[in-house]
Design a protein around this ligand. Structure first.
Ligand SMILES: Cc1ncc(COP(=O)(O)O)c(C=O)c1O
Length: 421
């Protein structure tokens, strides 16, 4: 592995280094969990304080017209810029799970596609649960969960074959939460379209992590959370993209007043709003929506192409160091090696991974606290977040993992996991 001075030179040359100071950092702690919950942008703290004090405190109900009614749209247009879509194709609000239920329900009711629901084994559990629920609601005899020879990457031929055999509605995570596998999005969309099928893409682990232009990739529907690489805060609302051409034929199953054509007429008959607005239901959660604006602003300012370049360079550096220093002491790599097939986290496994995670989080006199992301049974995910991860952070991480294992420091920790996170 390179020595520390070489690593520090890499940091000095990094055009994104300056963004690190735009976030809050607890002392003596390295954070590798931006793939679960991103750090707090300093500007979010300021903006939320001002909204609470002035807009909520002073202006009260007047703030709806002055600021809040337009807030979700303003942020949606920033997400449109990031994802290469038009304005009026993205809306903000609700959780990813609720958005997924809403849009799959709308698709199943539309009769635009066969009522076959497919997902794969790499998808995040909530997506599977939502699909299971819809299977019951629509009395669909069975759903397809495509399996592959391993859980690191999708076998694209197996997936394509499944779409051909069972055309309909397919839900996939663009970047898998387990291994960070990044699907060939355009290729699969074209294949799906050929069989009159649609892929609903969950971008939770992709947005802010990979450079994706939804139009170029021929995505028709996508959604995702904003609290990971977008640094929108705990439980931050999701975004939903519905391509213009599909909007007139899709209807929100939760037809609340905010999705009405003219909500403030208080008409007793429901007439859906035109376009993406029909996917609103109730009053927007102003504070949590406001909390995501500083995060998207930072990503737009840094530029997603630049972020992606640094992410692949840092992940490659980490993987190379892992091969040299960590595989010989019992670790395995559980992420794709090819950067074109990988998002922005790197997954390792070890037979003592839970004990190693606890040792990392506890820190010691010779190394800082390091926050990783444990996933049972043996996986440790490390989120590479180019806006605040430095090469030196990764260098310290690799050396700390090596010390914990070679000095057997992990044996001081319990092998059974008790708490929920
Ligand atoms: C791919 C994916 N989809 C959905 C979710 C959950 O989203 P929410 O809690 O906003 O419903 C997560 C959470 O980590 C996720 O990784």
């Amino acid at each position: 592995m390179m020595d520390l001075s070489q690593i520090q030179q890499k940091d000095e040359k990094d055009p994104l280094l300056k963004f690190k100071t735009r976030f809050f950092h607890p002392e003596n702690e390295l954070y590798f969990d931006g793939n679960s919950l991103g750090k707090l942008p300093l500007k979010s703290k300021k903006m939320l304080n001002e909204i609470i004090q002035n807009q909520w405190g002073e202006r009260l109900i007047r703030s709806w017209n002055e600021n809040w009614l337009f807030l979700p749209k303003r942020i949606a247009s920033k997400y449109a810029q990031l994802l290469g879509t038009e304005n009026g194709e993205i809306c903000i609000g609700e959780s990813t799970s609720v958005r997924l239920y809403q849009i799959l329900y709308a698709l199943l009711s539309s009769n635009l596609f066969h009522k076959n629901l497919t997902t794969d084994i790499l998808n995040f559990p909530t997506d599977l649960y939502i699909i299971e629920g819809l299977k019951k609601a629509f009395q669909i005899p069975q759903i397809t969960v495509v399996k592959y020879p391993n859980e690191i990457e999708a076998d694209i031929e197996i997936l394509k074959n499944s779409i051909k055999e069972n055309p309909g509605i397919i839900c996939l995570s663009m970047v898998s939460y387990k291994s960070a596998f990044f699907y060939p999005v355009q290729l699969l969309n074209r294949w799906a379209a050929k069989y009159n099928s649609i892929i609903v893409w969950d971008l939770s682990h992709a947005v802010g992590a990979v450079a994706i232009n939804l139009k170029v990739a021929e995505v028709k529907i996508a959604l995702g959370c904003t609290y990971k690489y977008m640094n929108g805060g705990p439980g931050a609302p999701a975004f939903l993209f519905v391509n213009n051409d599909l909007q007139p034929n899709l209807f929100n199953p939760i037809q609340g007043w905010f999705g009405h054509h003219r909500p403030f007429d208080f008409n007793m008959n429901f007439i859906p709003a035109d376009g993406i607005d029909r996917f609103a239901s109730g009053t927007p959660s102003v504070l949590s929506i406001a909390g995501i604006e500083a995060g998207i602003d930072l990503v737009l300012e840094a530029g997603i192409e630049e972020i992606r370049l640094k992410s692949t360079s840092q992940s490659d550096f980490f993987l190379k160091a892992a091969e040299e220093e960590l595989i010989p002491i019992g670790f395995s790599i559980e992420s794709p090696i090819d950067p074109n097939q990988r998002g922005s986290h790197v997954t390792l496994s070890h037979s003592a991974s839970w004990q190693i995670c606890q040792a990392l989080m506890a820190g010691s006199k010779s190394y800082p606290k390091i926050i990783p992301d444990y996933r049972p049974p043996y996986f440790i995910r490390f989120g590479i977040t180019p806006l605040y991860t430095s090469y030196e952070d990764i260098w310290i991480l690799v050396n700390t993992l090596k010390t914990i294992v070679t000095k057997k420091a992990y044996l001081n920790f319990c092998s059974k996991k008790k708490n929920v996170t």
